[in-house]
Structure formats: C-alpha cells, structure tokens
Design a protein around this ligand. Structure first.
Ligand code: NDP
Ligand SMILES: N[C@@H](CC=O)C(=O)O
Ligand code: NA
Length: 426
C-alpha cells in the first residue's frame, strides 16, 4: 500500500499556484477517495526568490532544477503547468521516459504533439491526462471519453476561450474598448502569457483539435481548421446584433455529416433563444448535438486559477484511484478514426449582414427583392438612420462562402449599398 501520491509541479503561475490551494481545501474528501494524501514533493520555478511567498504559504519546496523532479524516484506524477511547446515538451518526455505519470493543462502542446506524447506514455505504461487543457474547469474531456462513449456526436459548438468571451461580454455590457477589455482579462489571469493566440482564435482552435479527437476520434491539425479571431469585431456591430436579438460570440464549431467533418473557429451570431447566448464573461460552454441524447450543454468557468487547478487535481485523483486499484494503464482517449474532411466551399451557414446605404430613404423593399432574386430567404431585417445614412441588419437563410461574396459584390453594384461586414449565424 502506498503512503502518498507524490507529485512534482513544473511552473508556479496562475494555474500552478491554484494546485496547492485545491489540494489544501479539498484534502479530506480526496484522502477518503484515495485512501492516501496527495503530497507535493517539489515545485520547479525559474526564480525561487519571486515565488518564496507562495512557497511559504503552502509549505512547499522550490527548485530551479528540472532533474530534481523528473529524476526523483519518489515522485509518481509530474504536473506541467508552465505552458509553451519546447521546454514543456522536453520536460514531459523526460518524465514519461522515467515512467512518471503526467498531468498537464497545456492545450498548445497536446493539440500539436498529443499523438506522439500519448505513444510515449503508452510505451512507458504511464498515464497522460489533460482535463484542464480544454474549457478550464468543465470536465468535458472526461465526459466525452466516458459518458458520451455510447453516443454518436453530429455537432459540437463551444465557447471555449474565456479571454475572448470575457472581452466580448465586457464590450457589450460595460461598453469597454477592445484594449481595456483585454487588459482586464489579462489582470484576472484568463489570458495566455502572450494573448495573441486567445484573440486570434488559435487557442480555441487548439481546443477544437482536442475536442474533435475526443468526440469523433479524428486527428486534425491547425491547417484543417478555418480560424478567425475577434480583433475585427467592433462595439458598433455588437450593438447592431443586439438589436436583431443576437450576440456575437467566438465559437469553435464542429459539424459532421455522412461525408466527413468541418471544424472552424470564428465570431458567430448566436440568437438570444440559444442556450450558448447566456454564456458570459470567462464562462465557457460546449453544446453537443448527438443522436442518442439529442442536445446537451456543459457549462462552467473556462479559465482562472481555481477552476483550472480543480481540473488538474481531478486528473491526479483519477490517476491515484487507478494506481490504488492496480488498474491496467489505459489512455485518456481511446477513440481513433480516419480523418475525413468535407469540402469547405460546400459548407452552408445562416448569415448576419450589416449594410449601409448613403440615403435616409428606406431601401428595404429593394433589398428584399434583391435577396428574393438570388433565391435567399431573409429571416429578419431592421433598418436605422444614422448620420444621414441607413444601416440595415439582416439575418439570411443558409449560404455558402461563395454566395455571400457574390451577394456582397452584386448588392454594391446594383443597389449602391455597402456590405459593412457579415458573420455566420448558429
Ligand atoms: N490561466 C488559465 O486560466 C488557464 C491556463 N491553462 C494552461 O495552463 C498552463 C499555465 O498557464 P498559466 O498558469 O496561466 O501561465 P502563467 O504564465 O501564469 O504561469 C506559467 C508559470 O510557468 C513558469 N515557467 C514558464 N516557462 C518556464 C521555464 N522554462 N522554466 C521554469 N518555469 C517556467 C513561469 O515562470 P515565471 O513566473 O518565471 O515567468 C510561470 O510561473 C498553460 O499551458 C496554459 O495554456 C489552461 C487552462 C486555463
Ligand atoms: N487563455 C485561455 C485559458 C484557458 O484555456 C482562455 O482564455 O480560455
Ligand atoms: Na476541462
């Protein structure tokens, strides 16, 4: 019988600092489940001085030597919460080769190198878990791998980046500028150390790669996903969408049919009647369409120290339980299916368009006639006069990317009306 589940932590930033806190707060419960405490042996940091205060609060020992953790025979599990894909990858590989189980929150790494790391974990008969990597505190990966294993997933739509959802909420509710909203998200610990990946949709795309693997078993790479971030979304558009009864959200969208799968990340108009429209600030949600359950949604905080550390520790408890029960080592996700992508030019979506005519006189009739002639149904339209121009906001039926581009050119030629911008609609 083991006395402890002994862990070594790499990194003591937002998530790293949350781990001793969760271990302390929920100590009794986890000891009951595991029959042993979880003990932090050492934490690897770059600068001991800078982390001394934290170390004192939790009574943890710090080191600047990676080897002191990955080569320590008494350490069962290495927890990687540094981020990045170079040093973190090397550290995880060393730990796996030394037959240590690994828990990480690093989606960049798992999305890009997950296949080879899982292979290495298998070769060394150890666990590699990463629940915190997708949607912070929501136990979505475990749910897909276990509870939804009996279901056939046909669609998955996720608000899976806390930073951008927080920014869009703050822009809409508080009328904060894009820069102020980003600064606030960074201060609260939601953003990556370099927030480019958050705002440009890359972070959400990494998470979609992992979600697609768990939902369908297909291994995608970034090149398979069309990606657009939120840096072009304006407060004006958010307000116009609101008047139509829509919110603009950065979504990861997976659609599957008999031919294959299409995955994209982009700002999408979500109707106020859809449950995803209620997800605000750093909250995340994953809306799943499947043939068995039908529709289900998994909701919770997608970023922040405590929720993310709770997911990290849930992986530790799972590993500890398996070790206690002397279970045969299996990997987090066992589903693997050949990749089949649909032709993106054939994918259709409803659209939200914002048009501007240089006249105060209503051109609603000619706009309606135009779309009728193109064979596209208009589902909703509003017009408002602004500084001697009229802005029209329109929701259309499903269109391909080609047909929206075509309409954009024609409407400008035939009606002298500018298409200011357009978004897909869920
Ligand atoms: N923040 C969040 O809400 C979430 C984060 N994640 C993921 O968790 C991981 C950690 O994120 P987060 O805690 O926010 O990041 P932080 O930047 O807050 O913390 C990272 C820590 O790791 C340390 N570190 C980085 N590189 C090295 C290195 N080469 N050697 C030693 N120490 C190093 C940093 O040290 P120093 O202080 O010296 O810079 C810092 O203390 C990332 O993979 C992130 O994507 C996942 C879900 C949610
Ligand atoms: N930067 C990420 C952190 C969690 O993965 C986010 O904002 O969602
Ligand atoms: Na999660």
């Amino acid at each position: 019988m083991r006395e402890y589940l002994t862990i070594g932590i790499l990194g003591l930033g937002t998530v790293g600092a949350g781990i001793p806190l969760i271990l302390e707060e929920n100590k009794k419960k986890m000891e009951t489940i595991l029959g042993m405490p979880i003990k932090i042996k050492k934490v690897f940091v770059r600068n001991i001085e800078a982390k001394q205060n934290l170390a004192q609060i939790y009574g943890i020992e710090l080191t600047t030597s990676l080897e002191e953790i990955v080569n320590d025979e008494s350490i069962d599990v290495v927890v990687e919460v540094m981020g990045g894909t170079t040093f973190a990858k090397e550290a995880i590989e060393q730990a796996l080769r030394n037959k240590k189980h690994v828990v990480t929150a690093n989606k960049d790494l798992i999305a890009q190198y997950g296949e080879e790391l899982v292979l290495l974990a298998k070769e060394n008969q150890v666990y590699l878990y990463y629940e915190a990597a997708v949607a912070g505190g929501i136990p979505i990966l475990r749910t897909l791998a276990t509870s939804l294993a009996s279901d056939d997933i046909t669609g998955l739509y996720g608000i899976i980046n806390g930073t951008t959802n927080f920014m869009l909420s703050q822009m809409a509710e508080q009328e904060l500028s894009y820069e102020k909203a980003l600064g606030k998200a960074q201060k609260l610990g939601f953003a990556e150390s370099d927030p480019t990946n958050d705002v440009e949709g890359i972070d959400a795309a990494y998470k979609m790669i992992i979600l697609t693997k768990f939902a369908l078993g297909m291994s995608l790479s970034l090149e398979d996903i069309s990606i657009q971030g939120i840096s072009d979304v304006t407060l004006e558009e958010i307000k116009l969408a609101d008047k139509l009864g829509y919110k603009i959200k950065l979504l990861g969208a997976l659609k599957r049919d008999e031919v294959g799968v299409d995955v994209e990340v982009c700002p999408i108009g979500v109707s106020n009647n859809h449950p995803l429209s209620t997800v605000e600030n750093e909250m995340n949600a994953i809306f799943v369409e499947s043939t068995g359950i039908g529709e289900s949604m998994f909701y919770g905080p997608g970023a922040g120290a405590k929720p993310t550390a709770t997911s990290v520790v849930s992986d530790l408890v799972t590993i500890g339980k398996n070790l206690k029960n002397q279970a045969k080592v299996s990997q987090f996700n066992e589903l693997s299916v050949e990749k089949k992508l649909v032709d993106k030019s054939q994918v259709v979506s409803k659209r939200m368009l914002f048009l501007q005519s240089k006249s105060e006189e209503s051109q609603l009739k000619s706009i309606q006639l135009f779309f009728e002639k193109e064979g596209i149904e208009i589902r909703k339209v509003t017009g408002q006069v602004e500084n001697s121009t009229t802005i029209y906001s329109i929701i259309t039926d499903e269109m391909t990317d080609f047909s929206i581009k075509n309409c954009q050119d024609k409407i400008s030629e035939e009606l002298s009306i500018n298409v200011l911008s357009h978004y897909k609609v869920l």
